[in-house]
Design a protein around this ligand. Structure first.
Ligand code: FES
Length: 321
């Protein structure tokens, strides 16, 4: 699938801090020509200086044809894709950027929109907010972050015009201070045509999924970049052995390797928990994986597994943990 993407060489015209640990990048064509158009919710693949291909949502106004704007969170524990973007990319560099793809598009027939963004999940949601604002369509953006310092696009969401549509909440990293979305989500609204869009950490998306079970399925949308994070009916349990610690545990259907490792006190770095960021890449020493991520290259699949989403075809996997 990735091979069908046409990459083009674009110039980095801006590279600057967007918040703590987050950097904003602007891409333009070298000759000033218009770029391929996109709609709110779209993302592009970017080949990072480290050679990884990563997907980043476009956060600028889709009416702009001369630039793409992305924001990248530096995943210190990751495998190098975001780190090389944040640490190495400078204004004037050229990067390979794919054509916009959109698996998270606004419903053209929607009449009211609830947008929920957690942390760096603001990027596609901000393009949606810009679009809805320009169309004068009703929406509220719930933007949930740790604190002001880690809030990307703070100036945009607090600007006149946008500010009246935004509920900005900081939890200071304390789960007890998490924003209570239930009053927002309790009534799907008699409102036919009300749509919900959510992008953020797995925990937030799971919570929103839990709270919207009574919404019409077609009106609730999550950005997973097409990653296959939903349990499948034929998922079955399997055994994971950890070569370094000698531990072994069973991963039941409905739980990820990462979840089960955590409950056993095994720490594996993770971020997106949806198979898209590359952080939880783990060496696979034996067994056959059922890969469900969007980051491993074909040649990496025999020896690696993304433990946040992938499962096993064999009865047992041996991991280098
Ligand atoms: S945590 Fe992002 S790919 Fe697993």
């Amino acid at each position: 699938m990735a091979s069908e993407i046409h990459f083009q060489s674009l110039v980095v015209s801006r590279a600057e801090p967007a918040a703590a640990g987050i950097r904003l990048f602007e891409f333009r064509s070298a000759d000033g020509a218009d770029l391929r158009s996109f709609d709110a919710g779209a993302h592009v693949k970017v080949r990072t200086p480290s050679g990884h291909v990563r997907q980043y949502s476009l956060s600028n106004d889709p009416r702009e044809r001369d630039r793409y704007v992305i924001a990248v969170k530096r995943e210190g524990d990751g495998r190098g894709g975001s780190r090389s973007m944040v640490d190495q990319v400078q204004v004037g560099d050229r990067l390979e950027v794919g054509e916009p793809e959109n698996l998270f598009a606004l419903d053209e027939h929607g009449h009211g929109f609830v947008l929920i963004a957690g942390g760096i999940g603001i990027t596609p949601v901000l393009a949606m907010a810009r679009t809805l604002l320009s169309r004068e369509q009703p929406f509220t953006l719930y933007y949930l972050t740790r604190d002001a310092a880690s809030t990307a696009f703070l100036d945009v969401v607090t600007a006149p015009g946008m500010r009246g549509h935004v509920v900005l909440h900081h939890d200071e990293g304390d789960p007890d201070k998490a924003y209570d979305l239930w009053p927002v989500l309790e009534k799907p609204g008699s409102l036919a045509g009300r749509h919900l869009y959510c992008c953020g950490p797995r925990g937030l998306m799971d919570a929103v999924r839990d709270m919207t079970g009574h919404w019409p399925g077609s009106s609730v949308h999550f950005e997973t970049f097409g990653a296959d994070t939903k349990p499948r009916a034929d998922d079955r349990p399997f055994v994971v052995r950890l070569a370094r610690s000698g531990m072994a545990f069973q991963v039941p259907a409905g739980q990820s390797i990462l979840d089960v490792a955590r409950t056993h006190g095994v720490r594996v770095a993770s971020s997106c928990e949806s198979g898209t960021c590359g952080t939880c890449k783990t060496s696979l020493l034996a067994g056959e994986a059922d890969h469900r991520d969007l980051v491993l290259l074909e040649e990496e699949k025999a020896g690696n597994i993304m433990v946040c989403v992938s499962r096993a075809i064999s009865d047992e996997l041996v991991l280098d943990l």
